[in-house]
Design a protein around this ligand. Structure first.
Ligand SMILES: [Zn+2]
Length: 628
């Protein structure tokens, strides 16, 4: 400990309180108290983005009212920009009290109604400028009304048991007298964080969620599910345990120790939703309730496979991005974009491992895994944007391109998730092939963990490439130049051959080689609410674009006959390739006509088939998938 650290650690903590004050109006009430305010006038700011989701979201726009006081008297406080408040000078403690509107049901923000409350610290906790490294305390309370007396709390925030409000509220006493027993792991009351960065990295869920827990490598892992669901909690825990144990051992094969004291899967089950956000000791997930396995289901459905892949992805981030971080994120600047060309690694490699862990732990079989990677390869190859943007560029521009997609995105950008996962696959197979199986991407991950993750040292731009070359002893310059910084397609065929997998491309709808190819408009068709066919995207080089059709056009007739979203493609398929057809469309409210020369469908799906020979390649496949 240096002297300056010692001085910092002696400073009084920044104290917060948060309560869902008016659940029906989606309003949290938050206070922040600084006991040693800046003598020149304390400033407070709210982050513009949340780590893990690379887009400026302006969380401060949800602060509805705000007042400041000091010594029991109102204190002047003025807004100086969209996310900053400047208080007048005060000699003693300053407290801000503010309301935050929370009606964003995503993993990135805050949501509150009469059924539950969820928040990320980035949405609710103002940072007193100059107090970035000061310890924080937060008193979290349930809503006052008796209707919410059975609410519990789920969070990885640290709680000193003595500070928990164990039986202090009327609500809890009423509940106990009503005969409802609560087996709470944590209780409403005071939680602590070593600094602001930690405070905002532990999302909080409150409500009547289902809860279960399991141990993995000596660490307690909690599962809390909010929303109506019929999930088999025991099976969920058993399956998640395999994923967690595997990943802990992957990074720490010798010590088998996890880098966190406890871990929480905070799951929101909804009718239709998908997403996750990683944190240092938890993850917030949103999923379809039907993706969670019901008690009578024994197999792994496509939906459950997707859910397990998501959980595996976010858990892998516990190492890869929460601790092994791009240098550009050390520390985060939460007020503006933080640029790095490495998201292909932190997201793409995590995407490569998420499903790989499922097959390596036996949760899915190798055939199911090949299906998943074939789908991903197909998605990457179907978008012409891959020829215009490298994954390094896609990482850098994530803030304005990947996270702000529009109708032209498939023609203009490449996904650093999807192509990044493909690079992970190609890199792993390249290393395995060129080192005769003595090294793999696992060794690269462990080396990054040892050098950067454990030590908390950011990975400089180009640092991944350097470590990969060092660990494997291979010259990978050309590989990275082409795959990461270039836009040429990665040739996966020889790499798949090296693990006895045949890669073939098939045209959907074509059963036999001599079947005529189906025709296409070269556009993605979606249904308007009245079932009209709307062009969501018009692809580069396609028949629709050549004829002048645009995204947003609503196709109402083909050669004078009315069509809908259901019938447009079927009608087009009744024409041979090369036919000229007249499409009548509405663009805005203007009726227009376009002559389209129909093309043969060229978009293909990727098919991967595992072969039994050559024997040595099959053995390499088994080593890669760790097939039992
Ligand atoms: Zn991710």
């Amino acid at each position: 400990m240096t002297l300056s650290n010692f001085v910092i650690s002696m400073r009084a903590p920044v104290r917060y309180t948060i309560v869902p004050r008016v659940p029906a109006a989606h309003l949290f009430e938050v206070t922040v108290t600084v006991s040693d305010p800046d003598p020149a006038g304390q400033r407070f700011t709210l982050p513009a983005w949340i780590p893990g989701s690379y887009m400026i979201r302006e969380f401060a726009r949800n602060i509805v009212t705000l007042r400041a006081e000091s010594g029991g008297r109102p204190l002047a406080c003025e807004k100086t920009d969209k996310a900053t408040w400047q208080c007048a000078p005060a000699a003693i403690a300053v407290t801000l009290t503010y309301e935050v509107y929370a009606w964003d049901l995503s993993v990135r923000a805050a949501h509150l109604d009469t059924s539950h409350a969820f928040f990320n610290g980035t949405s609710v906790f103002l940072l007193p400028t100059g107090h970035e490294n000061v310890p924080c305390e937060v008193d979290i309370a349930r809503p006052a009304d008796i209707r919410f007396a059975n609410w519990k709390i789920a969070t990885s925030l640290n709680q000193t048991p003595a500070l928990a409000r164990l039986s202090g509220t009327n609500a809890t006493e009423s509940l106990a007298s009503a005969g409802v027993s609560q087996i709470d792991v944590k209780s409403f009351g005071i939680f602590t964080a070593e600094n602001y960065d930690a405070l905002i990295d532990h999302p909080v869920e409150m409500g009547t969620f289902s809860h279960a827990s399991f141990e993995a490598c000596g660490v307690t892992h909690h599962v809390a599910i909010t929303g109506k669901h019929r999930a088999d909690m025991a099976r969920l825990c058993a399956d998640l345990k395999k994923i967690c144990q595997y990943q802990i051992r992957l990074f720490e094969p010798e010590t088998t120790t996890a880098p966190m004291q406890e871990y929480w899967f905070l799951i929101m089950a909804v009718g239709d939703g998908y997403g996750g956000l990683e944190h240092r000791a938890s993850t917030a997930l949103i999923c379809n309730r039907d993706d969670l396995p019901a008690a009578h289901e024994k197999s792994v459905s496509t939906g459950y496979r997707r859910f397990l892949g998501l959980a595996s992805h976010e858990y892998f981030h516990t190492w890869n991005v929460k601790r092994i971080k791009p240098a550009a994120f050390v520390p985060y600047d939460l007020h503006q974009e933080n640029y790095t060309r490495q998201l292909w690694f932190f997201e793409g490699i995590t995407s490569y491992y998420d499903d790989l862990v499922l097959v390596r732990t036996g949760l899915i079989d190798p055939l199911s895994y090949l299906e998943l990677i074939a789908e991903n390869i197909g998605r990457v190859m179907s978008q012409s944007g891959r020829g215009k943007q490298s994954v390094a560029e896609s990482s850098f521009d994530a803030w304005v391109k990947y996270y702000r997609q529009d109708e032209n995105s498939p023609n203009a950008i490449v996904s650093y998730y999807q192509k990044g996962a493909m690079i992970g696959l190609a890199l792993d197979l390249t290393i395995r092939q060129r080192t005769q199986g003595s090294k793999s991407l696992d060794d690269v991950m462990r080396a990054l963990w040892l050098k950067h993750g454990r030590e908390g040292i950011g990975v400089p731009e180009g640092g991944v490439e350097e470590i990969a070359a060092h660990v494997t002893g291979l010259d990978l310059k050309d590989f990275f130049a082409r795959a990461v910084y270039g836009t040429a397609d990665i040739d996966l065929v020889p790499l798949m051959d090296s693990v006895a997998i045949n890669l073939a491309w098939r045209i959907p709808g074509k059963q036999k080689d001599d079947d005529p190819a189906p025709v296409t408009l070269g556009a993605k068709i979606t249904a308007e609410s009245n079932h009209d066919a709307k062009l969501a995207q018009v692809f580069d080089g396609g028949a629709g674009q050549a004829a002048g059709l645009s995204a947003g056009d609503v196709v109402v007739a083909v050669d004078g006959l009315r069509v809908s979203a259901m019938t447009l493609e079927k009608r087009l398929r009744s024409y041979p390739v090369g036919s000229n057809v007249a499409l009548t469309v509405f663009r805005r409210d203007e009726l227009m006509s376009f002559n389209v020369e129909l093309q043969a469908l060229s978009a293909q799906t990727c098919a991967l088939t595992a072969l039994d020979t050559p024997i040595d390649a099959k053995a390499r496949r088994n080593a890669w998938l760790q097939a039992q």
